[in-house]
Design a protein. Structure first.
Lengths: 247, 326
């Protein structure tokens, strides 16, 4: 199988604190990889190193075989890599529709052509489809900041898909979302994955969500991978139970 | 824009066109000053209000624009060539000033731009061979355009109003394009914007450059308007005044600078009847306004309209409920 993302010996230290300590893994095309681990195990730091938000202290990241270590997030996004953040990251003063258009507009033409082109950058219909796909039609013209937390989480995820990415890294998409909305979010992610054959990497604490969504799971503790395998194996792995699940 | 908003703009344009026919020369000078400073405030509103990059340097760009025209036109350079040169020069300098914004934000950036304003002031004051230092430059000619002499107060006002209209339309166009959305994204969450493919570096530099360029174009009209420029006119006071215009009108609101500039130019004049107290009253009014309406006067208007609409909706609901109950 082709590896879309290859991470080799990735290390990130903040002074004397080593947040990510020689992590290596591959993500294959079409896979949904879950990454779990206790708080402070280095999951988000590892994401930020892979996606250019942080410069790794050592190691290498390849996307589609191309070395992207240290590349800027905007350049990675144009390569078809998208992400969500642990905390909500919508643009509260823009409408739901404008949030989605914004999420795709930089993939349309050059900067100069966007100045003289259409106000919606030709993405009006695509935004409507995405709004319908995530069942936010009744909120399309509302300011994103006025939506409930769960609705903003859906919008946040929808924005990550707007440019049609091949690789999506989702950082705790279920965090703070109620059970009804959680089921809805999982169903939408699965539907998108089935329809577009995109590759997902998902950091999540909500174990049921991970078990239902992911095809393979990595477990991080103290910056290192301590286990890897199918979700049902991970659930029974004694090292994982000791380090993370605690029961 | 809502129908009410469109109507308000049409009325404002009609008043702006009719006003000089009812005003004495000093009144026309004041509304010309309003038109000229509104251009600079629109530029600052773009940099600060939309893109969220604080700048205390807009007054310096007005100065650079004013001196560019005041120095070039006596050499025989046509006014509009000097006018565009002022805009281009400020675009380039503004682009350069944008680089610190890539590293520092908020009050740190404010201090960087404040230092730039001081630097420009010192150059204008000390480089006498170029700027004539504290003696300033007098008599910048008002242009003649295809036989239309703008030396008269009313004619020059219409020139300023025309330039303001054109630059406003250009800014409106830009802000309704994907660039406008990108500037707002830069202000609201630059990290998320970067992850969505926005080259935040280029948009930040562009926000500074275009905002500064509008400051320069404002200065290019300011020199022939006042006919005497000297370094103190472009010291920190003007930058603070332009900031005040943006904040009082409504930062990030397209029409905010128009209203803010009107308040900042006309209110001190209206308060002159209080003689020695006018600055105290002016300062107190600004403090009260900021305390109770941080989103500016247009923010206040929007809140009032929302409240009114809400009350109407409540009234309609209660009438329906009463109807249903009978």
């Amino acid at each position: 199988m082709t590896a879309v993302l290859e991470v080799s010996n990735l290390r990130k230290a903040f002074g004397g604190v080593v947040a990510v300590d020689g992590v290596s893994f591959d993500v294959n095309a079409g896979e949904i990889l879950g990454i779990i681990g206790p708080n402070g195990s280095g999951k988000s730091t590892m994401f930020n190193c892979v996606l250019g938000q942080l410069q790794p202290s050592a190691g290498e990241v390849r996307i589609d075989g191309q070395v992207t270590t240290g590349a800027r997030p905007c350049d990675l996004n144009r390569l078809g890599v998208s992400r969500t953040f642990q905390l909500l990251q919508v643009f509260p003063q823009l409408s739901v529709r404008d949030n989605l258009i914004l999420a795709g507009q930089e993939h349309q033409g050059s900067m100069a052509s966007r100045l003289f082109g259409r106000a919606d950058a030709g993405l009006g219909e695509a935004a409507t489809r995405m709004i319908e796909f995530f069942r936010l039609s009744h909120l399309a013209e509302e300011q994103a900041g006025s939506l409930s937390y769960g609705q903003q989480k859906l919008l946040d995820a929808a924005m990550a898909f707007m440019a049609g990415p091949r690789l999506v890294l989702l950082d705790e998409p279920a965090g703070g979302v109620n059970l009804t909305m959680l089921g809805h979010l999982r169903e939408r992610l699965q539907a998108y994955h089935a329809e577009h054959k995109a590759t997902f990497v998902v950091i999540e604490h909500q174990m049921e969500f991970v078990m239902a969504l992911c095809t393979r799971v990595l477990v991080l503790a103290e910056g290192r991978i301590i286990a890897e395998g199918a979700p049902h194996d991970i659930r029974r792995n004694p090292i994982v139970i000791e380090a993370y699940l605690g029961h | 824009m809502t129908r009410l908003g469109t109507l308000a703009v049409i009325i404002a344009v009609a008043v702006a066109i009719a006003a000089p026919f009812f005003l004495k020369p000093y009144g026309i000078f004041l509304i010309s000053t309003w038109a000229v400073l509104t251009i600079a405030a629109i530029g600052l509103n773009l940099t600060l209000g939309y893109a969220g990059q604080i700048s205390l340097a807009q007054g310096a760009f007005v100065g650079i624009g004013a001196y560019t025209v005041a120095l070039l036109t006596p050499l025989g350079v046509p006014f509009f060539v000097a006018f565009f040169a002022a805009g281009l020069l400020c675009f380039a300098v503004g682009w350069g000033l944008g680089y610190p914004a890539l590293r520092v934000q908020h009050h740190y950036l404010a201090f960087v731009t404040l230092a730039f304003t001081t630097l420009v002031f010192l150059v204008l004051r000390n480089e006498e061979w170029l700027t004539n230092g504290i003696y300033g430059i007098t008599g910048t000619a008002r242009p003649t355009i295809s036989g239309w002499k703008t030396s008269g107060a009313r004619d020059f006002y219409f020139l300023c109003l025309g330039v303001l209209a054109l630059l406003s339309l250009a800014t409106w166009w830009m802000l309704r394009s994907p660039w406008g959305r990108a500037f707002v994204a830069l202000r609201e969450n630059s990290i998320r914007a970067l992850s969505l493919g926005l080259d935040t570096r280029r948009y930040t530099l562009m926000a500074f450059a275009i905002g500064s360029s509008l400051g320069g174009l404002s200065g290019a009209l300011y020199a022939p308007l006042v006919q005497f420029i000297e370094p103190n006119s472009f010291a920190l006071g003007l930058s603070f005044n332009l900031l005040l215009m943006v904040i009082v009108g409504g930062s990030g609101n397209f029409f905010g600078p128009f209203v803010g500039a009107l308040v900042a130019v006309l209110l001190p004049e209206w308060l002159r009847i209080t003689q020695g107290y006018y600055l105290i009253i002016y300062a107190a009014a600004i403090m009260v306004m900021m305390a109770f309406c941080p989103s500016g006067l247009l923010g206040l208007v929007e809140r009032a309209i929302r409240a009114l609409n809400g009350r109407r909706a409540d009234a309609t609901t209660s009438v329906r409920a009463e109807g249903a109950g009978t």
